[in-house]
Design a protein around this ligand. Sequence first.
Ligand code: NDP
Length: 248
Amino acid sequence: MERSVIVTGGSRGIGRAIAIGAATAGYQVCVNYARNAEAAGEVISLIQSAGGKAIAVQADMTKEADILRLFETVDTELAPLGALVNNAGIVDKGSKVENMSLERLERMFATNITGPFLCAREAVKRMSTAHGGKGGVIVNISSVAAKLGSPGEYVDYAASKGAIDVMTLGLAKEVAAEGIRVNAVRPGIIYTEIHASGGAPDRVERFKSMVPMLRGGQPEEIADAVLWLLSDKSSYVTGSLIDVTGGR
Ligand code: NDP
């Protein structure tokens, strides 16, 4: 049976690697993005040239109307929804808590937890066997920051990722009997553009010395864990928070 997957923030970085891997694994893929249509288009071309089916859908994770439109587009254009990867996320410049503005906090939490929460809600409505669905899988992209707390720089980011971990634990139990598995992957420091967007392009180099394996990770090394969770190879795994951190 054909199934589709929505990868939020699937146009760049970790989400891009997940989208390409999911297509190779046989999913029809919805590549969500916020601003960069060109990057999303490149992912679609790559998937289509390998014989896969994919669409790009612009939707800002901070806007409920966009999220509803995203899911409705997938309903009409792709196979029934079988999986959601809540990957889109942001980090801001390093700052102490005492200097964090309300605007920064609202943007951080809207993108990193409210958006994923609303996406999970829409996915459950479609996948739950209690609502006539065929079951499915949700993978939330958290962060090692959720266990470290990131003091002095990114406590807001860490808190948003802590929230996604707890959502994972609660939702997994809530929908386990409805055929839906819910897990989180917690990446360590990974080579992507998120570090430049947070105004700290040297972050990977700086954090690398704290990694027991003494290197940053590649997006594909996160995607491999996600793809396992999206597959039947993990059919008895739910409510798990899986660290992919080089030992950090
Ligand atoms: P990137 O900055 O490389 O890519 C972010 C992606 O998310 C882009 O596709 C971007 O789309 C999209 N995006 C950003 N904001 C929104 C929004 N409001 N609505 C919809 N899409 C949005 O990030 P990474 O690949 O590094 O990060 C992916 C996830 O992994 C994040 O949740 C991050 O917190 C987490 N993570 C990353 C780590 C790392 O070291 N890289 C470490 C731990 C966790 P567009 O280009 O259109 O803006």
